[in-house]
Each structure stands twice: as C-alpha cells, then as structure tokens.
Ligand binder design. Sequence first.
Ligand SMILES: [Zn+2]
Length: 79
Amino acid sequence: MTLFKRKRVQVDQVIDLRAPASARWGSPVPCPSCGGRGYLDHIDPFREIMFLHCTQCELKYEVARSAMAAEGTSDTVTS
Ligand SMILES: [Zn+2]
C-alpha cells in the first residue's frame, strides 16, 4: 500500500527556445534549465538571436527573436 505516488521526473536536456511571454527582446531571459538568472552575452543582429548563459548552472542557450515574437504579435508572416 502506497500512500504517496511518486512521479518519476524525467530530466531531459531539452531546451525550449520559446521564451516566456513576459520576456523582451534585448533583455536577458531566465535559464530554461534551472530558471536562474540569465546573462546576455551578445546578440546576433543578422540572425536575430540572443546568446545567453545562466549565472547559476552556466548553461549556454540561445533565444531567437522569432521564437519570442511567436506569441502576442501582430506582425504578419514574412514571405
Ligand atoms: Zn541555469
């Protein structure tokens, strides 16, 4: 008899590039892995990608502007 069912938490190293809706382009996005504070290393203005690393777990991640704009944008799709 088990009173508590333990959910087996699968920890994947999948990085969700979709940033939180509150995130703004040009400002650091919280770490997708641990939620720690992100540090913005640099921005690629041509591909519109932000390169960040986590100040807590030192994970390096990228956030594309197109991914951020996926929600709540009125921009039309570029042809
Ligand atoms: Zn982290």
